[in-house]
Design a protein around this ligand. Structure first.
Ligand SMILES: [Zn+2]
Ligand SMILES: [Zn+2]
Length: 340
């Protein structure tokens, strides 16, 4: 058997290479990768703008697949099971690993991001305890598990409670999924801001009662108490981080889900001056995955509408370019890995 993957060889340069056909260790399962989602962080890495994900790796951390082989200590999964993978590989020994926060492991490796080749590959083996069975969820919905878990983690990092008024900055996949999670959690009000009309419309189609605005129309009178109770920043550029700082009510909380540039010109003076609580949110843990899978099973909103394009494996570079050149029309793009 042979294996192939799209190597990020250099900035804006993806090359199809032969990768080793994976061995299956005792505690691993071998997957035939079926769908892999293109994430904002894959695009950042492709453009050479990601602070931590660098060329020299096969990208892809959002993937679903079918079990085609397994190690002898794997008892809870069978050949033929459909699986979504939690891509974080952790040491299990550091302070945060032993205190339930392995998403911020000291030695964190993320499949398709740091050291281990990812899902833009035909076959991959992963530890069985990183796999979740999705036999009862359509694959084109289950492929959203990873970004949905990011959104869930962000909301769980916050002090959100039913009846709160929230501001969400950015209507990309993470912004819209954060909107959905909050929408299903009984907020008093959700205001979503983004410059792109079509992206706002997509969010509004899924979550009817939210308020969507362009940045120029954002103002604190949209909220009943001088501003939002919590602001979720889901972009990561200086402009949007400063927007979060500007519109957050004094003394309120900002959750940073977007990945900022390495050197940021965010106006920290106002964090101090307005006693804002700025909190970072990175990835997720198993609990977030379980909540994400539960939400996808309940299917209260039309999640599949977020997937606007499906590309075959041979057209991965074209998919990357098209998303970057057409942000209005391309939302979540997935690769059908077994189709050439
Ligand atoms: Zn992702
Ligand atoms: Zn660790």
């Amino acid at each position: 058997m042979r294996n192939y993957g799209w190597l990020l060889k250099n900035i804006k340069n993806l090359e199809l290479i032969e990768t080793p056909y994976p061995e299956v260790k005792e505690d691993q399962i071998l997957l035939e990768v079926l769908y892999t989602g293109i994430c904002g962080s894959d695009l950042h890495a492709y453009l050479g703008e990601h602070p931590f994900v660098k060329p020299g790796i096969v990208l892809g951390h959002e993937f679903v697949g079918k079990v085609i082989d397994k190690g002898k200590s794997v008892l809870n999964l069978e050949i033929g099971d459909f699986i979504v993978v939690e891509p974080s590989l952790t040491c299990g020994k550091c302070y945060n690993c032993t205190h339930g926060r392995y998403n911020i492991c000291k030695e964190l490796d993320v499949i398709g991001c740091t050291k281990t080749n990812g899902g833009f590959q035909k076959y991959i083996s992963v530890p069985y305890y990183k796999a979740h069975k999705i036999n009862d969820i359509p694959l084109k919905r289950a492929i959203l598990t990873e970004p949905l878990a990011v959104a869930i983690h962000g909301v769980r990092r916050s002090s959100f409670k039913p009846g709160d008024e929230v501001l969400i900055i950015g209507s990309g996949p993470i912004g819209v999924l954060t909107t959905i999670v909050l929408y299903l959690s009984n907020p008093k009000k959700i205001v979503l801001v983004d410059p792109l009309e079509k992206r706002l419309k997509l969010a509004k189609d899924l979550c009817l009662e939210i308020i969507t605005v362009k940045p120029k129309d954002l103002n604190n009178n949209l909220f009943s108490q001088e501003g939002p109770d919590i602001t979720f920043e889901c972009v990561g550029i200086d402009e949007s981080i400063n927007m979060a700082i500007e519109f957050a009510r004094k003394g309120s909380e900002i959750i940073l889900l977007g990945v900022p540039q390495k050197i940021s010109k965010a106006e920290l003076i106002y964090i101090q001056d307005r006693e804002l609580n700025l909190k970072g949110s990175l990835m997720y843990t198993k609990d977030d995955y379980l909540i994400a899978l539960d939400l996808l099973r309940k299917n209260q909103v039309n999640y599949e509408k977020l997937i606007t394009h499906i590309y075959p494996f041979s057209r991965v570079p074209e998919a990357f370019e098209n998303i970057l050149n057409n942000k209005e029309d391309y939302f979540k793009v997935i690769i059908d890995v077994q189709v050439e």
